[in-house]
Structures are given as C-alpha cells and as structure tokens.
Design a protein around this ligand. Sequence first.
Ligand code: NAD
Ligand code: 6OD
Length: 486
Amino acid sequence: MEPKQFRHFVNGEFVGSTKTFEKRRPTDNALIGHVHEGGQAEVDAAVAAGKAAMKGPWSTMSVEQRVDLLHKVADEITRRFEDFVIAERDDIGQPRSMLEHVAIPRGAANFKTFADMVKNVPTESFLTPTPDGAGALNYAIRVPKGVIGVVCPWNMPLLLMTWKVGPALACGNTVVVKPSEETPGTATLLGEVMNAVGVPKGVYNVVHGFGPNSAGEFLTKHKNVAAITFTGETRTGAAIMRAASDGIRDVSFELGGKNAGIVFADCDFDKAVEGIARAAFLNCGQVCLGTERVYVERPIFDKFVAALKVKAESIKPGAPDEKSTGLGPLISAEHQRKVLSYYEKAKAEGANIVTGGSVPQMPGELANGHWVQPTIWTGLPETASVIREEIFGPCCHIAPFDSEDEVIAKANDTDYGLSTTIWTTNLSRAHRVAAQIEVGITWINSWFLRDLRTPFGGSKQSGIGREGGVHSLEFYTEQRNICVKL
Ligand code: NAD
Ligand code: 6OD
C-alpha cells in the first residue's frame, strides 16, 4: 500500500507543509501515510479563509439553500461510505461493525439533524411600555458567531468532529478543524465531500498538527477565531480555556470522565451484564462515556462478576474486517503503555485480577499492533488509582454495595461528572437515584443510546456547556437585541 499524504484543506484546496509526521495503523503499526504539520502560517491562512467566507456566497444563501447543501454533504458521506469506513478503520482500527453501524452513519446524521433544526429557530420579541405611551418593540435576531475553532480527539474521529461541524455550519458559521494528530483520515476526506457538493470555499477548513506549540495552540489562540469547541482531555481543556481567555472567546468543552455503572439486585441480569460489557469494552474502552467503575448490589455481586468475566473472555480481538472481531487495538503504542501502566498499578495496589491484565497473543503482523486484554478487577479500596483516574482502556473495577445512599455517594466521589448507567427494574428507584448522580447524562437500563436533540455534556471537570438540539444552536449563534422606539 502506497502511503497517503494527509494535507490541510484550506479555502477549498489541499495544501501541504514542509514538515510532516507519520501516521501508523494501530492494528499492525504499518505506515499508512504522512501527515502535514500545520504551524502559525497554515492556521493564519485557514482562519483568513474562514473569515472571508463569512462575507461570500455562504452568507447570502437562504436557510433553505444551506439546509439543502448540508443534506448533500450527508448524502455524499453515505455515497462514499466505504471510503469513510476504510479511512476511519486505518486511523483507529475499530471493528467494521462499529464503523458501519455507528461511526459513519452518525457522521452523516450530524449534518442532516442540525440542518433540519435551523429551519425552526425561535427568537424573542417584546412590546415594551414607555412613559410617552407609544412603547418600543424589542426583538432579537440570531447571527452566526464567525469562524469556529473545532479541536477534536481521536477516539471517534468522524462522529465527534461532525457533531460540532454539522451544527456550526447549519447556523451559518465557518470552521477550522484541528483533527487529532492520531486520526487525520476522515477530516481530510470530508474536504473532498465539501468540494464535490459545492460548499463554498473557506467554509470548511482543516489544519493538521499537534496541540502545544503547533496547530492546536495556534488555532485556539487566534484572535479571529470567534469561539472554540473542544473534545478531549480535561487538562487540555484547561490549557484551551487559558488561550480563549485572551479575547474573551466562548468555549464549549466535552472532556474526560470516570463514569460509574450501578447494578441493582432487581435488574434484568442478562441485560445488565450485556450493557456493562458494552460500556466497559466498546471501542477497546476508548469512549469518554464508558464505565471504568462498576458497583453491584451485594446479593448478585459474585454472580455478576462471574458473568462479566465470561463476557469479557468471549470478546475476540482481531483485524477490523474479520466478522468475528469484537475488539480493536488501542490507538497508539504510547496509549498502550499508559493503559498497561494502570494494569501494573492495579496489581501493585493489591487488586484481584478477575480476567485479563496483559497483552493478548496476536497472529502475524497483528502482533505489532497496540493490543491489550479486556480486564476486570475487584477488591480495591475507593482510593486506588484505577478507581480514581481515567484510564481510557478496556477495563473496569467492580465493587459491591449495600444501599442506595452508599452507591450514590461512591458514584459522586470523583472530580468528573460525565455519565452514569443504572440497571434496575424498579422505576421509582431509577428516577430517584438518577436525579442524585452529578453527571450530564444518566442512562437507565441502557448505555450510549443517543437522541441528537437532547442536551449533551458533562458536569464538574467533564465539561462546560451543552451541545445537542437547541443547545448547539445556542452555542453556534449569537443573539442581538434590537429596540425600536415606536
Ligand atoms: P487530548 O486532549 O490529548 O487531545 C485532543 C485534541 O486537542 C487533539 O487534537 C490535540 O492535538 C489537541 N490539543 C492538545 N493540546 C492542546 C493545546 N494545548 N492547545 C490546543 N489543542 C491541543 O485528548 P485525546 O487523547 O485526543 O482524547 C481522549 C480524551 O478525550 C479522553 O480524556 C476522553 O475522555 C475525552 N473525550 C471526551 C468526550 C466527551 O464527550 N466528553 C468525547 C470523546 C473524548
Ligand atoms: O454521541 C455523541 O454525540 C458524543 N458526543 C459521544 C461522545 C463519545 C465519547 O467518546
């Protein structure tokens, strides 16, 4: 396979840099391409293109025309489905079933959903009394904010990037995307899609590169970037917040998590085992909403641990295109080292290793990939590293609990607040407990069941703001009040 060139996409054209870095496939470490590294000049050019496009044909288009164009973007993603599957597969090594059923369809849906949503945006108007009796008419108009900086992670590249680009464009903004250095593929491919369907030049721009002292930092510090939407680690969010404070620019952050799964003895047992297994091991545990802390009511604790062990051991690691594959690799050798360091810490801190704990034997070239075993621990105190820190691997610790109050306190005993999954057949208990968990999203008898109209985001150190439905429209537009004395 000839290595690809992942170039920036600026003002409707693919442009290169003199500096490049390698992109390797996580499944076997094969070289799949060279990524062009953007610096200040590339970011300046992309932001200038985005700013200029705010005054071009993009700004004079009717809402219907814009909606129609974004539907065409979605249709073109669907038409080039296999190209997107391959780009994302080579970037992250996800099993094909997940790419075909979640990642790529959501890429298209993120454009259609938010395009449809802007057709009915409410605004406010008031008739205000005045001393002379004539009154004044106050009304608000909604305008796009301008150039939006979109800084993305690697764990679900197309889904998480379009979840922000879709509404940003639907609201009439332009974007400069900084994809993760680990996953340049689908953001680049989307440039081809934009040109194919006639999105005006400069509306969608991509600059590749790293974070600090590279494209990420230059983009988030750029004075002509009106607002920044970011998904990634909490400590990166803190750095971006500092950058955004210069110029008082708005931010929307979706950050890390250390999410609890809560299983009551009255749950539908098989569904709970299935649900927690998905929450812990899907995408090799590289899901911000995933569950690394599981609390199981004591009467079913032993049975649950035994059943989850069977489930974990049945998940087959392998090449993404193999039908039997249930587990892909971790994104990189560096991330593999991090996850394995937690496997060692758990051992050192005295965990009972129910299953896993090391690297699986892989055949042929796959042995060069970044694999780890799905891993379950029990027996650790709540102070243990693997219970407190986000690992982002296919692993969880399971602890017993005896009362609702105890499990609520344990679930909330974290700096993060992204999501929870609760398993019970007692509806009153489900609502009662859910209302007390300090997170942005609680799933009951389910996990990662999405409706794009709902508010999505994190509490505490898991984020700032909400996106989804009208909440995305709030972030990607600004309201201006106009007061007319009558
Ligand atoms: P990361 O924070 O390391 O990187 C994310 C992006 O930020 C990358 O594009 C990176 O180049 C860029 N970046 C890094 N430092 C920067 C800086 N100083 N200035 C500007 N840009 C910078 O995150 P990651 O490792 O790519 O993703 C995994 C993390 O993302 C996990 O913590 C996970 O929980 C979180 N995440 C959260 C959500 C959510 O919805 N809350 C979704 C997915 C992932
Ligand atoms: O489904 C979404 O919209 C979303 N933001 C998912 C986040 C997944 C985290 O890894």
